[in-house]
Each structure stands twice: as structure tokens, then as C-alpha cells.
Design a protein around this ligand. Sequence first.
Ligand code: CTP
Ligand code: MN
Length: 258
Amino acid sequence: MSLVVWSGLRYSDPRVIQEIITTGKLSKLEHFEIDEKVQTISLFGEVWGVGPATALKLYDKGHRTLDDLRNDDSLTNAQKLGLKYFDDIRQRVPRHEVQEMEQILQKVGEDVLPGVIIICGGSYRRGKATCGDIDIIITHPDGTSHKGFLPKFVKCLKDMNFLREDLIFSTHSEEVYPRDIYTFGLVAWTGNDVLNRRLRLQAESRGFRLDDTGFFPAIQGSGGKRGTKGTANMKLYTEREVFDFLGFPWLEPHERNL
Ligand code: CTP
Ligand code: MN
């Protein structure tokens, strides 16, 4: 007789046989079914634009594979693109490719708006060998001509087929940093996330709120946790000034992989 050993229980174990005889099922196997559900839902959740609630809804509709999802008309455009490029999006980009893309972006940016500053942040700026995506931080040194840059830049990149699809494109917000808050954008989009959290906690302990747009004095009486946008922002122009202001030891970008 062959023995099946699974999760430490032998199916020849008298307790297992007793359970099957008396209840007609095996509780361990129900766990297996739950595992299958959890696995399917987390797979669906890896599709761009599918969150946990949608993933569960798709499972409850009877979908079990990504091919099942491809035949579902209820998906949004972003979700359809998420499926179309499922493997592409999951694949990490080698560093040298990001470097090439940064150079193209800088060249096209310069053609659209002379003097524009375009930096790849995130894991690339922290020196990682591969990157999950490309995070771009943009500003212009004159403090004003960044306005309206992004739509023109995106159009150029689409015309040359560098950009092929929009997963999200928000037209109502100006997603280029004005020069006076750019440093905060650079720090926040370089990360990593652990460093961001530490910097924010340090700011809070000093009575400020820190985000990607600046330091804001915390409002009295709210436990020092919140500041409001629009209140006097600290004018800091370099990353070093931000670290110094917080009394946080300086870290080069490649030292920020905490
Ligand atoms: N970040 C942030 N605020 C956001 C989104 C991202 O502060 N709304 C930060 C993240 O904490 C991270 C950096 O911006 O430090 C880039 O985010 P992300 O691309 O998710 O992470 P990477 O570190 O670049 O890693 P990956 O290679 O996976 O892209
Ligand atoms: Mn990234």
C-alpha cells in the first residue's frame, strides 16, 4: 500500500479514515480548497488595475484562470491592458535598459522644453541591478516653465512610439514638480519606502509633516501628526538640506536601500 503524507497527516492514519467515514469529507482537504481560492485571487490581484475586491468578485463569477478573465467583458480598459501585458509588467527591467530610456527621455524632454530636468528615481537611482518600473521626476530650474510640459512630453513620446498605452493618465493634475518643491519629490520618489517612513516619523517628532511636496508645520492640538498643505512650506533646495534639517544622517542614493 502506498502512503500519502501530506501536511504531516498520513491518509492511512485511523483518525483520517474515521473523519472521512463519519463526515464524508476531510477538513484538511477543505483547507486545500481555500488555498486554491487564495491562490487564484492573489493571481487575479496581480493583474494591473485589479484590487482584492475585484479579484474576489471575478473568482465568485467562476473565473479560475487568466484566460477566463480575458473573456470577461466587464473588465475596465486598464485591466484589459493589465492582462495583455501581464508577463511584461511582472518582469523586471535590467538597469542598462533603464539607463538608455532615461537618456531618451532626457533628450526628448530637452527638445520639448530646453533646460528641463528629468531624473529616473526609485530603485534605479538607488543603484539596483533591475527595476520593477521606471519612476521619473521632472522639474525646470526657472520655476515656472514646467507648467504644461507633461502633456506635450507625453504626446512626443507617443508620436515616436516610445509610449504605447496609457495605464493611467491623469490630465487634471500637474505631475511635474515646481523647482521650489522638487527636492521633496526627489527624496520621496527615490525611497526606499522604509527610508521614507523613517524620514516622515523623524519629521513628525520635530513637529512637521513631510510628504513629496514639502515640510509643513504641524497643526497645534492634533498631536503634531498633521500639517496642512498651503501653510508655510520650508524652502529647501537640495536633498542634503532635507536630511540636515531633519537631523538625519546623510545617505547617498545607493545607500538608501534600507
Ligand atoms: N513612493 C512614494 N509615494 C508613492 C509611490 C511611491 O513615496 N505614492 C516611493 C516608494 O516608497 C519608493 C519610490 O517611491 O521608494 C518608488 O516606488 P516603487 O517604484 O514602487 O519602488 P522602487 O523602490 O522603485 O522598486 P521597484 O524596482 O519595484 O520599482
Ligand atoms: Mn520603481
